[in-house]
Design a protein around this ligand. Structure first.
Ligand code: NAP
Length: 302
């Protein structure tokens, strides 16, 4: 898309980053590797998902994960518990999965009911099977730059930048959001050797956020506030990655809702060199990163 500024002077060629297509390409590469493993007499990678309760969002995410496994030739298992499962029962299952030699990796779908400590559950997972990359050992390895399972969303974003050959070295990268699953690990990945961005992590206490964002060559919005990032917060020619996925009412749709990103796409896109859409940007890359981690687990654990 070619965009003109208000004075009809500057033309910016904006490239829409297609996360869906990139994820499909990666799935094709994974499927090839699985075929080769099986041809070599090894079993296909096996991922399990533990799902507690019947939260609509969690049910959907787990169903997607199982479908993704089927598409690339992985085995998958679903372990279900009702909402009233005790923490000890869940821990016992985690130990069982840790010790199952037929299983390469597993995830416990979050959030968990309030009476269960997510921290205790995550810490019970064997780091060698923690394909979500949430275990403190794996987070520590990430910080130290030791190869490990990377948290899926940051992994997917960095892979997307690489595959689109978007220069990151020496670039000023601003990440809005500092959660343990997105902003924080992403800030570490973006500043690592090889990626080499100069990173600022912004959050709810950041002063003059508009100015901070407007200085970014690469702006990554991960705050969960629909259309929060407006054109005045974006530098001409910036790369904008929208992580946000908030369900908003949409009576015209079959489901009654649709996903909104953190970026006001229509007004921001014309200023960008690259931008991800929502849906179809970061989401599919998050999903495929779990497959990449499971493939890695299958290779290193056997
Ligand atoms: P989270 O745990 O709620 O963290 C949100 C972060 O944004 C916090 O660090 C918070 O700051 C910051 N923040 C909130 N409002 C802000 C404001 N007005 N100005 C500046 N910073 C603000 O969220 P999350 O789990 O990281 O998820 C963020 C979004 O990404 C959500 O929409 C989520 O659904 C989406 N997501 C998408 C994918 C995907 O695959 N596409 C994956 C994961 C998450 P404080 O720390 O100061 O509170």
């Amino acid at each position: 898309m070619l965009a003109q500024d208000d004075n009809s002077k500057i033309l910016i060629k904006m490239i829409l980053i297609d996360g869906k297509k990139t994820a499909e390409d990666i799935k094709g590469e994974i499927a090839e590797q699985v075929k080769q493993m099986v041809a070599d007499g090894k079993r296909a990678p096996h991922l399990a998902a533990v799902l507690v309760g019947h939260d609509g969002g969690s049910e959907t995410y787990v169903a997607f994960k199982i479908k993704d496994c089927e598409e690339v030739g992985f085995r998958s298992s679903l372990v279900r518990f009702e909402d009233n499962v005790t923490e000890d029962e869940l821990i016992a299952k985690v130990h069982e999965l840790n010790n199952d030699p037929d299983l390469d990796g597993f995830i416990v779908q979050l959030p968990l009911p309030k009476h269960i400590s997510e921290k205790r559950i995550i810490e019970a997972i064997d780091p060698r099977k923690d394909v979500d990359g949430f275990h403190p050992v794996n987070v520590g390895r990430l910080v130290l730059g030791i190869p490990t399972f990377l948290s899926a969303t940051p992994y997917g974003i960095v892979e997307l930048l690489k595959r689109y050959r978007i220069p990151t070295s020496g670039k000023n990268c601003v990440i809005v959001g500092r959660s343990n699953i997105v902003g924080r690990p992403l800030s570490i990945l973006m500043s690592q050797k090889g990626v080499n961005a100069t990173v600022t992590v912004a959050h709810s206490q950041t002063k003059d956020l508009e100015k901070v964002c407007a200085e970014a060559d690469i702006l990554i919005a991960a705050l969960g506030s629909p259309e929060f990032i407006t054109a005045n917060m974006v530098k001409e020619g910036a790369v904008v990655i929208d992580v946000g996925t908030t369900r908003v009412n949409a009576p015209e749709t079959k489901s009654g809702w649709r996903l909104k990103g953190d970026v006001k796409f229509d007004e921001v896109a014309p200023k960008c060199s690259y931008i991800t859409p929502v849906p179809g940007g970061v989401g599919p890359m998050t999903r495929v990163s779990l497959l990449l981690n499971t493939l890695l687990a299958a290779k290193i654990n056997r």
